[in-house]
Design a protein around this ligand. Sequence first.
Ligand code: LRY
Length: 230
Amino acid sequence: MESDVLKKIKGGLIVSCQALKEEPLHSSFIMSRMAKAAVMSGAIGIRANSVVDIQAIKDTVSVPVIGILKNVYEGCSIFITPTLKEVRRICATGAEIVAMDATTRSRPNGEQLPEIIKVIREEYPTTLLMADCATLEDVEYALSLGFDIIGTTLYGYTEDTQGCDISDDDFKHLKDVLEMVDRPVIAEGKIDTPEKAKRVLELGCWSVVTGGAITRPQEIAKKFVDAINN
Ligand SMILES: CC(=O)N[C@H](C=O)[C@@H](O)[C@H](O)[C@H](O)COP(=O)(O)O
């Protein structure tokens, strides 16, 4: 059965409101205002990083939230909600959807994704789980683990997919993902123009996440500066 949360985000724009410590807008208050602006403009969901940002956003808007907790472990490339500890903390915020790295790479402390999923399904049976994938192999792995939503978040951001862009070849990678998947696919990662957002929904994605092109002014300003200087 289709959940209410899935119904609410179908066919729409989810805005990722994130600013890490080293970014100029690092502030839960600012992220909550970004979320408000996004929702005022018609966004139907927000993606956010960290417990405090999610709480501030949930106090401000009422659309579903995709929560993550980025944490870097030495010697490990997985950083999006990487271990059971981070998954639990984000589930406890009440975020309707919790996203985590679902690549087949090794996780911190030797943790295994199937075990994390098993524990979380028992503790938080109503929370939807989103798999942040890079390769088609990751997508297959995520499907076998019973994730509710497949995301393309990490395509172009891992060792194996370095240099790839989701819009290459009229979204060839995304089309391959959609062909394999029998549940909602959320297009995410470098969907940086309204035209690309529209296109991925036309191709059959459930929703689309856009981040930096809306909420990272340093990225937006750089595009203008580069255009002027080149
Ligand atoms: C790879 C990684 O760390 N991605 C993060 C995942 O949450 C965010 O930094 C991105 O902003 C988000 O995925 C949206 O993508 P884009 O900003 O390209 O629209």
